[in-house]
Design a protein around this ligand. Structure first.
Ligand code: SAM
Length: 435
């Protein structure tokens, strides 16, 4: 496990320091949404105007281009790594300009993402064009894509319509460039405004969602995420930028400041709309439960570990995808009996830290197993058996009739997902567990 550069006290804001290409493969967490503002590769010694003065467009060494193939390779690498960190129903937003956006779009398609929209952010106050030989650059593009062609994503259609005076929200967003109050903790050369990040977070995530920014800079994504009651992990290799991020997080730990910021963020019809929306937004109270099966002897040997292995097979040895949403499961229940009679509950509840599909050759002790693939489940707490929790299940009550996918998975002895309410209803000894 890697040590975060910074972890906020409320545990909803994490920063990692280092090269995103090395750090992303080193942890297992899966995210609901990703925002990435990768280097635009425009630091080519050009000039621009800022506050009436001619300034260099160079942002830093991290933003220098070494040619077309270099940009493509860079985008291919980070996008593949980030894709592995996305839940099946997660979406990704990538901002860019003409310097990199075509490369990003092409590689998203190459890697199997489905592009949902290309948002044009029209800046209401762009810097003037210095050369007077072409149009003033006043837009940035933000591509929105989901991980798979067919797995549905989340979109808060109603809220977006509300923000656009009850008309469908369009893919052109007119929002001002960054305001001075957003830079009180120090300046990042390409800091994004909170208004843009807030809109895209509210459009594509539910409360408490986990959001990743692999090029976090001054962590506008994290600040917008926390102001909207979402959780955040950001990565950057520059310590100075991480320090700005940390200061910004500390700044909004003051409740009055956080509320002032919510009132100041552009893009809402009136200044209280953001806070009122958050009050209305109901946290998802459904507790998700992952159900799985393993052999009695494995339960025995694993009871002191934080790791379980669920068989990932079906009859013909084809591996199935884990049910979408299972990463958000808060409880884990393990059976170790025969397929049609999962009578004995041998597991315990625990927060799931990570779930990964692994080949047996990668798992110590399972190299000679007849089963090829396993789901490795890591828990935050240790496994314990609990006598009180022994019960038998009425499988028919466990899933809605319409929940074909999980019924099938359950019958095929694969991990499946249900909710705590349904589990309680399905128990023969419900009283014992409810108390
Ligand atoms: C365009 S800026 C992001 C700005 C950010 N959206 C904000 O609002 O502050 C890109 C950031 O990526 C960082 N960066 C570039 N290459 C990186 C890499 N390979 N690993 C980690 N960080 C990187 C840079 O240090 C820079 O802060």
């Amino acid at each position: 496990m890697i040590n975060p550069y910074y972890k906020s006290q409320d545990k909803i804001f994490y920063l990692l320091k280092g090269d995103t290409m090395n750090l992303l493969p080193s942890f297992d967490h899966k995210f609901d949404m990703v925002f990435a503002d990768p280097p635009y590769f425009l630091s080519n010694n050009g000039l621009s105007i800022q506050n009436g003065e001619i300034v260099s467009v160079n942002k830093g060494d991290w933003d220098k281009s070494e040619g077309f193939e270099f940009v493509n390779d860079f985008n291919r690498k980070w996008l593949s790594l980030v894709r592995d960190k996305m839940k099946d129903d997660a979406t990704i937003w990538i901002s860019g300009t003409i310097h990199n956006i075509f490369s990003v779009g092409q590689i998203l398609t190459e890697l199997g993402f489905k592009i949902l929209n290309v948002i044009t952010w029209e800046k209401t106050n762009p810097p003037p064009n210095f050369s007077c030989r072409f149009f003033t650059h006043s837009t940035e593009q933000i591509i929105w894509a989901r991980k798979y062609e067919k797995t549905p994503h989340y979109y808060n259609y109603e809220l977006m319509k509300q923000l656009n005076e009850d008309k469908q929200m369009k893919d052109v967003w007119k929002l001002p460039a960054i305001a001075p109050w957003e830079k009180a903790c120090g300046k990042h050369p390409t800091q994004k405004p909170l208004s843009v990040l807030t809109r895209l977070i509210l459009a594509s995530t539910k409360p408490e969602a986990w959001i990743l920014d692999p090029f976090t800079g001054g962590s506008t994504t994290g600040i917008a995420a926390n102001l909207a009651n979402r959780r955040f992990l950001g990565i950057d290799k520059e310590e100075d930028f991480l320090n700005i991020s940390k200061k910004r997080k500390l700044e909004i730990e003051n409740k009055a400041t956080a509320e002032q910021f919510r009132n100041k963020i552009s893009g809402f019809i009136d200044k209280k709309q953001f806070s009122l929306f958050l009050e209305d937004e109901k946290p998802n109270n459904e507790i998700k439960v992952a159900l799985g099966f393993c052999r009695p002897k494995e339960v025995k040997s694993l009871r002191n570990n934080k790791t379980f292995y669920f068989h990932a097979i079906k009859d013909d040895n084809n591996v199935k995808d884990f049910p979408s949403g299972i990463y958000a499961a808060k409880k884990l229940i393990i059976y170790s009996c025969e397929n049609d009679e999962p009578v004995s509950l041998t597991g315990h509840f625990a927060e799931i830290e990570s779930i990964q599909l692994k080949h047996k050759s990668k798992i110590k002790g399972k190299e000679n197993s007849k089963i090829e693939f396993y789901y490795e489940i890591k828990l935050e707490d240790c496994f314990e058996e609990s006598e009180d929790l022994k019960f038998s299940l009425n499988q028919k009550k466990l899933f809605d009739k319409s929940d074909d996918k999980n019924i099938q998975l359950f019958q095929q002895f694969l991990p499946s997902l249900t909710t705590w309410d349904k589990l309680i209803k399905s128990l023969d000894k419900a009283d014992a567990i409810a108390s």
